[in-house]
Unconditional design. Structure first.
Length: 65
């Protein structure tokens, strides 16, 4: 069980890093919609994207469609 906790912590930190990189990149001025579409193009799932951008997964699903 402890390994699962470590994995969750690592994933959370990676989500934060991706979020910060999106904000600080040359694409940082992109709208949330554009960021969601971009992350989707990278192959991330709806739930992964929603964790990164801080929006509900149903909103992310709507934007991707």
């Amino acid at each position: 069980m402890q390994g699962n906790s470590v994995t969750e912590k690592v994933l959370k930190r990676l989500d934060i890093i991706v979020h910060l990189l999106l904000e600080n990149s040359s694409e940082g001025s992109l709208s949330i919609t554009a960021k969601i579409q971009r992350l989707s193009q990278f192959g991330l799932t709806t739930s992964e994207i929603s964790d990164i951008v801080g929006k509900p997964s149903n909103y992310v699903s709507y934007v991707i469609k």
